[in-house]
Structure formats: structure tokens, C-alpha cells
Design a binder for this molecule. Sequence first.
Ligand code: ZN
Length: 240
Amino acid sequence: MKIALFGDIHANLEALNTCLEDAEAQGCESYVCLGDVVGYNADPVACLEKIQSMDCPVVKGNHDEDCGGDHSLEMMNPVAAEALQWTRQQLDAEQREWLARLRMVRQVGDFTVVHSTLDQPNIWNYVTNKFDAMSNFSYQFTQVCFHGHTHVPRVFVRGSRVQEVQPESVAIEPGMKYFINAGSVGQPRDGDWRASYCIYDTDNNIVVFRRLEYDIKTTQQKIMDAGLPKVLADRIAEGR
Ligand code: ZN
């Protein structure tokens, strides 16, 4: 079976729809969302309703937690805080409750999903190198775990030691463990503006990364029309 793993949508409806259409065209029969449905971009309601309608497993991201709660956003980077405050106002009480109730970690079939990392998933640490990945592997009891949060597609493999390999086609080999970042649908940060997600083909034991162009002009226009900070429209075009 082909399973689409996608996250860090961040209220970018054009990127989300493009990824979902591609996943369907690629023959995906199952979908798993890695969190951060909302935050930053201008379509939180439409993206949240889309994910709810899919009735697929979803884990909680830090922006989902921030939008679901009503704690102070003072300590946060001001642009992110402004977008979060705006997002809170767009969502109704039921939608915020749905975000607040999402689970941090889920096991789906024989793999695990988490937004940030399995060691202390509620602390939202960023896994940017193999040393960060080592901490995760100590808590990873399935062969494969998918995550997001850094908005950078990455693959860490643990055999006799932990290595990082290219996020292209990754064969899942017996005796190894894999911690795989699917990248970001709605706000990639690896210098490539195209939407990122991955497909796990469980019959052929392979994970394939997908990068897709989408209608970014519309997404940018919606950000400006909503009165959100212009830097949010600029950064999605730069992939940062
Ligand atoms: Zn995110």
C-alpha cells in the first residue's frame, strides 16, 4: 500500500491541494498528517476542514497547540505570534478544541508519527543533525518514524551508527531504523519553494520524496489580503 505522509501545511491551501492531488495520482490509498495544519499562511479554516474531512491520523504540531490554546504568545518570534493571533481569530471554538485534542505521537500500522521528536515530543526540539536524531532513536520502537517541524526533508538511518542520507528514494532495509522528515507542504525551509511530502510504499519497502510546484501567487495574494506580515508572503517564495 502507498501511504502519503504530509505535514507543516501551515494554512497553505494551494500547496495542500497540490500535494493531495499528486498523492492520489501516485496511487496513495492512505494519508497521515504530521501536524502544523495551521499558522503562518492565510487559509487555516479551509486547511483544517480539509484535513478533518479526510479522517486520517493527525499528530499535534506546536502551531496546532498554540492555536488550540489561549496562552500568551509573548515569548514567541513576533511574526509567528502575529500570525497565530490572527489564526486564533479565524477558527471557531470547536476547531480550536479539535487542534488542542490532537495527540503528540501515534502509531499507524507498523510505523510511528510525531511532529518534532520522540524524546520529549512536547518540548518541540528541532532535529537538524545526527546527534539530535540519536536522542530520538533511543525512543523509537518501530523501524520507521516520520516527523516534520524543521520544514526540511531529511533522512536519518541507524545501523551500527547513525547516518544522514539524501532525501530522495530511500529503501527500508531490514535491521536498520529510519527517522524521516517529510519536509513541509506549506512553508519549506531548504531553499526550495516547492511543496514537500513523501510516500511510503509498504509493499516495496521504499520511501519516495515528492517536490511540487503550486499556485504560490494565489497563496501570497491571500496573505496580503488577510493583512498578515508581508515577510510571510516573501519567505514561501524563497523556501526559507
Ligand atoms: Zn511547522
